[in-house]
Design a protein around this ligand. Structure first.
Ligand code: CTP
Length: 414
């Protein structure tokens, strides 16, 4: 078996019950079994009849080096291990590929074959890696089933976006086996990590705001929401209850986070106020500074030249939540998007807005920060301490910020 670089998270000693349902992506499951096993997991497979149309039991038996379970009524399988026992014989149940059909059966609690019986009987956490045609994935029925399963604590991995076996393009491809194995390793690590923020409520803003000009047009900015969403995910990973108030973004909701979707700055402020009280407020959104006095009807070219847009200033959400009040979160953190004189502007901005810390970043186009995956930041705190975190993945900036927040509360306790 190939050796795994030490940089990848291990699955040593983890027992995975893999349910293979009937989608074309089932052909990738022998590779998935290999990826899980090379990280140290043991894998036991339940194969549905549909799954067996795409991958043979013999292949899965060979790569898992274990019996492949198929039949609810089989005397052999049942005598080797009953479905109840099978459902408890792992640390986690992973459904990959999770077809629209098996998701629907899970959502509705059906138990008409071994796989769904195991899923209904298990007392172990369940993760699914959806795989199906894009229309099937986007169908309200599938989306409702996924939302229901997520609300019951089922973890959802992917799907990826791309060209599909059916010739269409979009979200619905099963996440790659390597990504599923990494996700699972990260999932175990997060579950077992200490939860120093367990008793805290964190409120985070993320993404851009859209300010309407008329019913069809709006002013926006290039914020992707990647940094704010990563902060929300990192705070949740440390156990905080997180409310993420997000402008329009093309990102999945971070797991375990309550997401409130808004469009305008005014809506963002109202949603933030409604989410109070909070112990922590992180303002990572790129809030539009101005709004337009929006026209009730579409502006038309009437021969009189371009219209003049009358702008008025938006409420400053960070300044407003930083202001002294009984509801002021104990720790308020702003971001400062600057293109020059970053530190000087950020220090002044922290004082002007009244927040406790400010995370300054250079958003000049050459840095690729807006929309990109990396960030270099400079953290300025009210107690005079300052730190530079250079050239990190946005997820790493988020992790460090969440750690710093947790240290802040730990130190405050002493
Ligand atoms: N912010 C906010 N509400 C606004 C504008 C900004 O909450 N209406 C928050 C941002 O989320 C960020 C911080 O304020 O945490 C600084 O945002 P930034 O765009 O850097 O500053 P501006 O307020 O636009 O100030 P300037 O125009 O001087 O750069």
């Amino acid at each position: 078996m190939p050796t795994v670089p030490s940089s990848v998270q291990s699955l040593i000693g983890r027992r995975v019950l893999l349910i293979v349902a009937g989608g074309i992506a089932a052909f990738k499951t022998p590779d998935l079994v290999r990826r899980l096993r090379e990280r140290g997991a043991s894998v036991r497979v339940v194969l549905t009849d549909g799954g067996a149309q795409f991958v043979t039991p013999l292949t899965l038996q060979a790569v898992s080096e274990d019996t492949v379970y198929r039949d609810l009524w089989s005397l052999t399988d049942e005598s080797a291990m009953g479905h109840i026992q099978l459902s408890r014989s792992a640390d986690v149940v992973l459904v990959a590929p999770a077809t629209a059909h098996i998701l629907a059966r899970m959502a509705h609690g059906l138990a008409d074959d071994l796989a769904t019986t195991v899923l209904l009987a298990t007392d172990k956490p369940v993760l699914v890696a959806p795989a199906m045609n894009v229309r099937m994935f986007e169908h309200p029925a599938t989306q409702a089933n996924l939302a229901l399963l997520a609300s019951r604590g089922v973890g959802i991995i992917g799907p990826d976006e791309g060209a599909m076996a059916c010739g269409e393009y979009g979200p619905g491809r099963m996440a790659e086996p390597l990504a599923i194995a990494d996700h699972l390793a990260g999932w175990f690590a997060a579950r077992e990590a200490p939860k120093p923020l367990a008793s805290r409520h964190a409120l985070v803003t993320s993404g851009p705001t859209y300010e309407p000009i008329d019913p069809v047009r709006y002013i926006a900015n290039r914020s992707s929401g990647k940094q704010g969403h990563a902060v929300a995910a990192s705070l949740a990973a440390l156990g905080a209850r997180v409310t993420l108030v997000s402008g329009p973004v093309r990102l999945p909701d971070p797991p375990g986070v309550d997401v409130v979707a808004v469009e305008t700055a005014a809506e963002m402020l109202a949603a933030c106020r409604a989410a109070l009280p909070a112990d922590i407020f992180v303002a990572a959104a790129a809030v539009a500074d101005w709004r337009v006095e929006a026209a009730g009807q579409k502006l038309k070219k009437d021969g009189g030249g371009p219209p003049t847009l009358a702008l008025s200033e938006n409420p400053d959400i960070l300044a407003s939540l930083s202001a002294p009040s009984p509801d002021r979160p104990a720790l308020v953190i702003g971001f400062a998007a600057e293109t020059n004189d970053i530190v000087a502007y950020a220090r002044a901005k922290r004082l002007r807005k009244g927040c406790d810390w400010i995370v300054a970043n250079d958003v000049s186009p050459a840095t690729g920060t807006f929309g990109g995956d990396r960030n270099s930041v400079y953290v300025i705190r009210a107690d005079g301490t300052e730190e530079a975190w250079e050239n990190l993945a946005k997820t790493e900036v988020a992790r460090r910020l969440a750690d710093a927040i947790s240290n802040h509360f730990e130190t405050g306790k002493k």
